[in-house]
Design a protein around this ligand. Structure first.
Ligand SMILES: [Ca+2]
Ligand SMILES: [Ca+2]
Length: 231
């Protein structure tokens, strides 16, 4: 009885402290507001006509079932890997609802737009299919930036994160502000790579400190949960 009570107490403590503590405590069936789950990159048009048209509706029609109806975010980059800001061109539309359009007539010196690719962030379809790992915070931004890469976290916390996460969520350690709302320029934020914010990409010279967690197939985390109970 005492053993049962102490186990129950420990379970309550674990559930009550979802911060960046050590150990895997899979949290199942929550559906956080700001999840970054990027589709693959899409590049349907070239700028040789009137411009580069990568609209959400065209991309959805041409890639059935691959892009959600209501994306949470959009990212555009040139095929050479420059962000929209780095490319410095006049962009007509760059929003998650309409998609991306760069018109040649808006560019100076009769220049054509660069060729862009886009991707969208889509929420999990249902919470039941996704279980979340604990929060991890392995790095601080005092060096070159805040490096919370999947490969480093998997090495540092062996057996706690599934091999192929479906989703990633990143928030600030202080205040738990979603990464996409902080204004920091994020180098990458992807379930397959993890999260990196470099100080050199920020106007202020420093990234905020972030923690991350991953969304996995529940079956891949259930074994971890079973091991937790045994231990
Ligand atoms: Ca394009
Ligand atoms: Ca961090």
């Amino acid at each position: 009885m005492i053993k049962q009570l102490s186990l129950a107490f420990a379970a309550v403590l674990l559930l009550a402290s979802p911060g960046p503590s050590e150990g895997a405590t899979p949290v199942c069936c929550t559906n956080p507001a700001y999840v970054q789950a990027w589709t693959p990159w899409f590049d349907r048009d070239n700028p040789s006509g009137t411009g580069d048209w990568e609209t959400h509706s065209d991309l959805q029609n041409e890639n059935p079932g691959k892009i959600c109806d209501i994306p949470r975010d959009i990212e555009a980059a040139t095929l050479s890997g420059l962000s929209v800001g780095q490319a410095g061109e006049a962009i007509l539309i760059n929003d998650k609802t309409t998609g991306f359009v760069c018109r040649n007539l808006d560019q100076s010196n009769d220049k054509e737009c660069s060729d862009y690719k886009v991707r969208f962030s889509c929420a999990p379809a249902t919470c039941e299919e996704v279980c979340w790992t604990n929060w991890y915070n392995r790095d601080r931004p005092s060096g070159t930036g805040d490096w919370e890469t999947l490969i480093d976290l998997q090495k540092q916390y062996p057996g706690q994160i599934c091999a192929e996460p479906l989703y990633i969520e990143a928030v600030t350690v202080v205040g738990e502000t979603p990464a996409i709302l902080t204004g920091d320029n994020i180098l990458f934020y992807s379930p397959t790579k993890g999260f990196v914010c470099r100080n050199q990409d920020q106007k202020s010279g420093y990234c905020k400190d972030y923690k991350v967690r991953f969304g996995c197939h529940c079956s891949s985390l259930s074994q971890i949960a079973a091991n937790m109970v045994k231990n």
